[in-house]
Design a protein around this ligand. Sequence first.
Ligand SMILES: [Zn+2]
Ligand SMILES: [Zn+2]
Length: 330
Amino acid sequence: MSEKKTNSDWNYHPELPLKDTSIFGDLRNPRLIVRWFTKNWLSLSEFILLTMLATTMWLFAYPSVDNAKQFQLDWVIQIWLANFFLVAAVAGGLHWYFYIRRAQQKKLKFDQRDQTRNNRSFLFSDQVKDNVFWSLTSGVAHLTFFQCISWWLMANGHIPRIEVAVAPSWSWLWFFLGFVLIPVWSAFHFYWVHRLLHVPIVYKHVHSLHHKNINIGPWSGIAMHPVEHFLYISSLCIHWLVASHPLHIIFHLVWLGPGAAMSHSGYENLLVKDKRKLALGTFYHQLHHRYFECNYGNQEMPWDRWFGTFHDGSDECTKQTRERRKKMFS
Ligand SMILES: [Zn+2]
Ligand SMILES: [Zn+2]
């Protein structure tokens, strides 16, 4: 495994400047589209892993949509408990693996430092405890809130639902396409919500809570202010408009919750015997946590590139980002 070190600000970073890995890099290039699809959907990627996790949750943990015609405490609590253990297992599992067992030491870890202790800007003066608190209280509550409303709406036929129990038809194609499109939609929604969160007054009262985490870890993923949770998880409302299967909603929820724990792990890949087995965090978002006014979206969408907020990891981009931040807060 080769690790190129060219910027001493980091323990590790991928090859710089960052390349455009999104499907929008060149939509006229069929080879690029095939490569994008193969990388994400035909290998053990976070897409596949999260789809498997969503399917397991659908089969064994969540109540059936058909039981949700009326709001009743039993199925609402079942969803809340399932979400609580889902977030706790993924964020807690990754935290245990990387930061307690230190199974990978600092290999492929972006930041040199560990997470912060004895810092009073965090609840309990401890970054990890602070992040666990916000994730398991407001984070889980908002995931549950949007899922319960979606379950009730779907059970009562108020939102379009696709059935795939019948023989293969167009709905099957839409069913599979849904999994490919949800992360793309979610990235679109995230970019614009995130821009709003960086309006200075909203930043000060809401988003600064997430940004206390400069050196991020798995629990930082959904450690957010309740208003940010509401805005971020409202991405699920797309299913109130576009025909979906319950599994799509669960996949979307898993993408927003546990998926954020993976992308904030602080490591680029999970290694097994020094081989990259699973792509986790992205340097793209790590740069956002360090320099703030850049990379509001993620690599799946071209918005940062189109709107001039893309940071490719170079010193020149750091300079531009700092100037932008000065202007915004002056
Ligand atoms: Zn973040
Ligand atoms: Zn931000």
